[in-house]
Write a protein that binds this ligand. Structure first.
Ligand code: FMN
Length: 189
């Protein structure tokens, strides 16, 4: 009798274990991976480098924000035009748009620091793209001034976005600290 009940217990236990393992495996398989978009504007390549490193590290789709009209190549002319555009709140027309932005759960958006704020091209992107309710993670490259007003202005212009995961900033495209930043994000999401 004792032998029979032990055997019965073992059979029931094995069946329960088998079912719970199967269920766990199925649940793990059904876990939806967040879809990631990495959008960036880059005139001289630094922000592009960060965007590419993010993609290589965590995956996702890259999208380069491009203006319909190109900027002057002469540095002094460029900085003067950039200053005027920023002061006037000018939003340049963009050459391209993200197709089906709805498919993305997390959107990284990269901008160089121009005159202490984000570039007009990124402001145009924030105005155009429907980012409401999305987790948005800004990243900035700068020439020594740091983030200055970039993140603050970005947050103001990204209406309805969820920007609570921090941001990354880089001096001239330096990737120091980027892996750690992305690693911490993985733990949050
Ligand atoms: C028009 C213009 C304005 C800039 N203003 C600043 C600034 O205010 N503070 C700063 O730290 N760097 C400034 N920079 C330097 C850029 O932020 C830096 O070089 C950035 O990494 C360039 O990114 P990109 O190579 O992706 O275009 C400026 C650069 C340009 C072209």
């Amino acid at each position: 009798m004792k032998y029979t009940s032990t055997l019965l217990f073992l059979i029931v236990f094995s069946v329960i274990t088998l079912f719970s393992d199967l269920l766990m495996a199925q649940t793990a398989g059904n876990e939806k991976q967040p879809r990631i978009l990495i959008a960036y504007y880059s005139l001289s390549g630094n922000t592009k480098k960060i965007a590419q490193t993010i993609q290589r590290t965590i995956g996702g789709d890259l999208f380069e924000i491009k203006t319909a009209q190109s900027y002057p190549t002469e540095y002094r002319v460029l900085v003067t035009q950039a200053k005027k555009e920023i002061n006037d709140g000018y939003l340049p027309t963009l050459k391209n748009a993200v197709t089906q932005i709805d498919q993305y759960d997390i959107v990284f958006i990269g901008s160089p620091n121009w005159w202490g704020t984000i570039t007009p091209a990124v402001s145009s992107f924030l105005k155009q793209a429907n980012l409401k309710g999305k987790t948005v993670i800004p990243f900035i490259t700068h020439g020594g001034g740091g983030i200055q007003n970039t993140i603050q202005d970005f947050t103001k212009q990204c209406t309805g976005c969820l920007i609570d995961q921090g941001s990354f900033s880089s001096y001239e495209g330096d990737t120091i600290g980027l892996t750690d930043f992305l690693e911490k994000l993985k733990q949050i999401n």
